[in-house]
Design a protein around this ligand. Structure first.
Ligand code: SF4
Ligand code: SF4
Length: 364
């Protein structure tokens, strides 16, 4: 089972993607005509830099349309998020409309309980039925992660879990939970968005670094392994990967590279949460479970990083109102942002020409 890594030249993502798939034998090795496909991107927060890029998703859709595959997009955003609002904030609703694709919120669809083969964190788990019925194309973005080292193919599948199980996975041990989930969900293909990767304190607020790569393979485990090799991430810093690799010794010649010799692939610098951070994070998840999933969203709204308007600097240009995806979140008359409505996409901050919008609170 090989993995291909292709350098995207001249911003032609669709051509590069096809090249990466052709290096593995062509699309028909993985997808047949009229297959029912579920695209699983990483849309865990409504912040564009932290999510799979729309450009790559569009390239995947165009590639799949050539074999008349029936495509839907599914995600269950983070425990503090409403997936439909995340779709909207990222502009995925418009992309879906353009191609006539249905968007699924995993928290809103029928679930079934499945037993976990060799499960250690879970013996059984609840999953959206549609995840088990469709061929999955896993579309993670490569990022560092303050708890799991990196998040890529294996970790992205955790997004299929209902929110209750996402919380439970942090209580039972997130590294083993990721391994368990990967023992059930086996994507037909994994396509990694490594066009821009996140380093330092990912997965939400890290720095973005250009890498211009698309990495493709059938095995989530091997793709993650080779991503670590390419970006100089030591295996011991990714415990779920290290654990899943036990007894497996990938062959280095299984990585097919089309990367110019003068291309720069950044070494990913990982900043882990301190012991106190990890302890507090687990405690909050425990509290979240006791409070029926309400504690984390409450803390995110009142203590977590959120935008605020500096009345002195605001010039009433209304740019923020035009880019905000949530109606009524910004009250310019009173220079206030409504915490109960704001989804924290920070688009207002990005587009404010005077720097009047700042973040306050903790990066949870
Ligand atoms: S974009 Fe900035 S300056 Fe313009 S109205 Fe909004 S907060 Fe004020
Ligand atoms: S107020 Fe700003 S951060 Fe909140 S939803 Fe609107 S654009 Fe996003």
């Amino acid at each position: 089972m090989s993995v291909s890594a292709v350098y995207v030249q001249n911003e032609n993502i669709t051509t590069s993607l096809k090249r990466a798939i052709d290096l593995l034998g062509g699309l028909n090795q993985f997808v047949k005509r009229d297959d029912k496909i579920l695209l699983k991107p990483n849309f865990f927060v409504p912040i564009k830099s932290a999510c799979t890029s729309s450009k790559l998703i569009e390239a995947v859709i165009q590639t799949l349309q050539e074999v008349d595959a029936e495509i839907i997009i599914g995600e269950g955003s983070g425990v503090t998020q409403d997936t439909d609002k995340v779709y909207k904030a990222l502009g995925v609703d418009k992309l879906a409309e353009k191609y006539g694709i249905e968007l699924i919120d995993f928290d809103d669809v029928e679930k079934i309980v499945v037993s976990v083969p060799n499960g250690k964190a879970f013996n059984e788990i609840e999953l959206p039925k549609i995840v088990l019925e469709r061929k999955i194309i896993n579309l993670p973005i490569l990022k560092t992660h303050n708890i799991t080292g990196i998040t890529c193919c294996m970790k992205n599948l955790k997004g299929c879990l209902p929110k209750r199980y996402k919380t439970l996975s942090h209580i039972k041990g997130v590294h083993q939970a990721i391994v368990d989930i990967n023992n059930i969900i086996k994507p037909a293909l994994n396509i990694v968005d490594a066009l821009e990767v996140m380093e330092d304190f990912g997965p939400t607020y890290g720095n973005m670094v250009k890498a211009n790569l698309i990495i493709v393979g059938e095995s989530a485990l091997l793709v993650d392994y080779f991503c670590c090799q390419l970006f100089c991430v030591p295996l011991h810093s990714v415990r779920h990967l290290e654990s899943a690799l036990k007894g497996i010794c990938p062959r280095n010649d299984d990585l097919i590279k089309v990367i110019p010799t003068d291309a720069t692939i950044p070494e990913l610098n990982i900043q882990r949460g301190s012991k106190f951070y990890l302890f507090a994070y687990r405690l909050v998840h425990l509290g979240n479970r006791i409070c029926a999933g309400k504690l984390f969203p409450f803390l995110s709204r009142h203590v977590g990083a959120r935008p605020t308007i500096d009345t002195e600097k605001c010039k009433d240009c209304q740019y923020c109102l035009n880019v905000c995806p949530i109606e009524g979140a910004i009250d310019l008359k009173n220079k206030r942002i409504d915490r109960s409505k704001c989804v924290k996409c920070f688009l207002c901050m990005e587009f404010c020409p005077t720097g009047a919008i700042k973040t306050i609170g903790l990066h949870l």
